[in-house]
Design a protein. Structure first.
Length: 52
């Protein structure tokens, strides 16, 4: 499910599955603003993801 929820262009992971036909979120496709509460902000590269 993570692959279907992640935009292929900007890397943001959404709480819903994105369209397979578009291959990206609407903001990357046509500039339609996305609600900031609708996605998980991507972690910086090199950030530790494991729980303590």
């Amino acid at each position: 499910m993570a692959a279907r929820q992640t935009c292929g262009q900007c890397g943001r992971r959404f709480y819903i599955c994105l369209s397979k036909k578009l291959g990206c979120c609407l903001e990357c496709f046509d500039g339609t603003p996305v609600d900031p509460g609708g996605y998980i902000t991507p972690l910086a590269s090199g950030t530790h993801r494991a729980a303590a």
